[in-house]
Design a protein around this ligand. Sequence first.
Ligand code: FAD
Length: 520
Amino acid sequence: MPRELLLQVSPETAANDALLKTHLSKHSGIAEAEIAHVVVLKRSIDARQKAIKINLKLEVYLKDEPFSSQKIQLPDYPNVENAPEVIVIGAGPAGLFAALQLIECGLKPIVIERGKDVRGRRRDLKAINQDGIVNPESNYCFGEGGAGTYSDGKLYTRSKKRGDVDRILKLFVAFGASPDILVEAHPHIGTNKLPKIISDMRETIIEHGGKVLFETRVDDIVVKQNEVQGIVTNTGDVIHANKIILATGHSARDIFEMLDRKKILIEAKPFALGVRAEHPQELIDKIQYSCDYRGEFLPPAPYAVVKQVNGRGMYSFCMCPGGVIAPCATAPGEVVTNGWSPSKRDQATANSGIVVELKPEDFKPFAKFGALAGVEFQRSIEQRAWHLAGETQRAPAQRMVDFSQGKVSANIPKTSYVPGTTSIELGNVFPGFITQILREGFVEFGKSMRGYFTNEAILHAPESRTSSPVRIPRDTQTLEHPQIKGLYPCGEGAGYAGGIVSAAIDGEKCALMIVQALSR
Ligand code: FAD
């Protein structure tokens, strides 16, 4: 029987198999020559002390113990070409994992995606970065793989159900992600690796008899006697099905508007909004690792910070070490920021959303929009940012200390945000209460992370698509919309997920509910 051991080692030892074996032998009393294989089960960084340590959970095989390294395989998907059809709207993580789960259970998904496949999408990302042209159907949020395709691909979630998370991570590995994501405490995939994984998922769906329609926008849902009958596309085509998974993400404002117009219940929900801060990665390394130089054995440091300011939470969100700030608008006439990193996280800067939690009461000035008040609040800030920065995809920007002191920055250095920045007073972008909390909060952040509050940090506005401003209600047991039979609101846009893994878990959950309903 292999034995499991917990070990704390230096970063250098953790990165070198021979050193690790020697250390393990000393620590466990097992003769080095007896150790045949060492498998890392879990790895995390302990940066609480000056000498940074790596915590390892190891599985140790001795010479006479059988050992086989198992490759993680895809499930044995059946062919579903002639099986009952389920419409899945949206090919983000929720939609794709729902489609794969449906196939696994013998149902045929028809995935309908307004955007292009990952390859076609790239051209539109170039256009928004280089020419400031936003294609409202194909951008950083819309297209194959959804909002997560060109992201850092962080795969951690607050989900308490470890089994669900492991299942999603294993599927990612089976589709080509590094098995390291099963081991790391904070796994991520990276923008350079995600598109191939996503397109392999689509190929698998098609190979097994599912359908994937790109550049096809769902404009309406057909409902008869409170039961779904199908959908209407932007070309007027009707596709029939009496089970629909609605996984259109947090930026599909037209879907929220369509539901509201049809008097299908939706609700305003709290979300968060603020800025994206960019620091030199070296500075974040110094703060987080308490050292002058990170060295070759530690990864670029992440950070997570949260404070209560004026009775509200202000916190870092979607932090990207060694990353790039991306223009994430989904319509012309608005500016939206977010961030991504390549798998090596080897860019010179670290960026993070720094956001203030919002409550539906904050959307009062937009009360006439009812359940869409949060959407309009969000939109008004994004449009103001666009207007104030010069009506291109340039982002309004300010140095951090200048912002806290209400002073327009004399200059803004080139940042990772490719469309460029315009130096303005960011207080003009936000309602006063958000500005006030951000101003005070950055000073507080600087107290817990010495060096963080600096004019070397550039704030870009706004970070506004943190989660959905709308919830589409669903029955807690059946996951169907309480008024409309056969409609399954799913993923981040419906308010049931907050990231790639949780959206994927929710997609699988909705698919399984449909399987259950059809087997009754
Ligand atoms: P989405 O991914 O938003 O997918 C919805 C899909 O529906 C889209 O492809 C859209 O085109 C399609 N759609 C919308 N309307 C229609 C319609 N009418 N008809 C047909 N199709 C439609 N999360 C993490 O966990 N880790 C990260 O590192 C991370 N980084 C991110 C970086 C960026 C730049 C962005 C934008 C997001 C990032 N996120 C990250 C968030 C993550 O991407 C989302 O939480 C996740 O993608 C939500 O999944 P979803 O399937 O619910 O929705």
